[in-house]
Ligand binder design. Structure first.
Ligand code: ATP
Length: 230
């Protein structure tokens, strides 16, 4: 269970068509497992890029990221994938559920071909209950509301018991009230399971409820306020 993630002098650039975009510039940040952090900033400021680096989906162009002191991204692809399976859960704005699978089958997908010390089906039922969808286990995504689909996606993100949840605009496709309920669910997971939660949002009211707000602009962290919410 990773307790601390540290980014040091992290830069990420993308090259293509003879142009170079610097998405992150000299980012220094540290995250502790129990934190509930909002990342805000205008479109193109580097928020999603930061989450994908923290989640080991991509590598920095310069600088490094350590997980309890270890530079996981230096390891082989399969070791990185194992690490990601053990430690990280992702939630996206567009839910990314498989349309032909039921809710419970979607939740089971991360466990496919993985050896785990618990009963997979029981665990999938447990997390669907945790997100309040015990009555919708056999529904297809098309039979669920947006909020319910995001709950399935959250259940899928936590089924393998990650210590960190990375959420990229998890409420971006939802109305305000549904978005608030999804936010409350993430907050519960942070408090009850001790998951470190990092979520990107465009909603200043949701961000204001986090314990920590990181504000980005043009690939740079322009402010990092801790202990803002009560
Ligand atoms: N795979 C990629 N290839 C080329 N450029 C990219 C790639 N991913 C991101 N970028 C560029 O990096 C910059 C930061 O993008 P990023 O998606 O991290 O911003 P963001 O703050 O998450 O934006 P939004 O709020 O619109 O999602 C942008 O200029 C974007 O065009």
């Amino acid at each position: 269970m990773i307790q601390k993630i540290i980014c040091q002098h992290v830069e990420k650039s993308f090259k293509g068509d003879g142009t170079k975009t610097i998405a992150l510039k000299n980012v220094d940040l540290a995250f502790e497992k129990g934190e509930f952090t909002a990342i805000i900033g205008p479109s193109g400021s580097g928020k999603s890029t930061l989450l994908s680096l923290l989640g080991t989906l991509d590598k920095p162009s310069k600088g490094f990221i350590t997980y309890d002191g270890e530079e996981i991204l230096k390891k082989s692809k399969s070791k990185i994938a194992d690490f990601r399976f053990q430690e990280i859960g992702f939630i996206f704005q567009q839910f990314h559920l498989l349309p032909t699978l039921t809710a419970i089958e979607n939740v089971l997908t991360p466990l496919f071909s993985r050896k785990v010390p618990y009963n997979k089906l029981e665990r999938a039922k447990e997390v669907l209950e945790q997100v309040g969808l015990q009555d919708k286990m056999n529904s297809l995504p098309s039979q669920l509301s947006g909020g319910q689909q995001q709950r399935v996606a959250i259940a899928r993100a936590i089924v393998h018991k990650p210590s960190w949840l990375l959420a990229d605009e998890p409420t971006g496709n939802l109305d305000t009230e549904t978005g608030e309920r999804i936010y409350d669910l993430l907050k519960d997971l942070n408090e009850q399971e001790g998951c470190g939660v990092l979520f990107v949002t465009h909603d200043p009211q949701l961000a204001a409820k986090a314990n920590r707000i990181i504000s980005m602009k043009d690939g740079v962290v322009i402010s990092d306020k801790v202990g803002v919410a009560p």
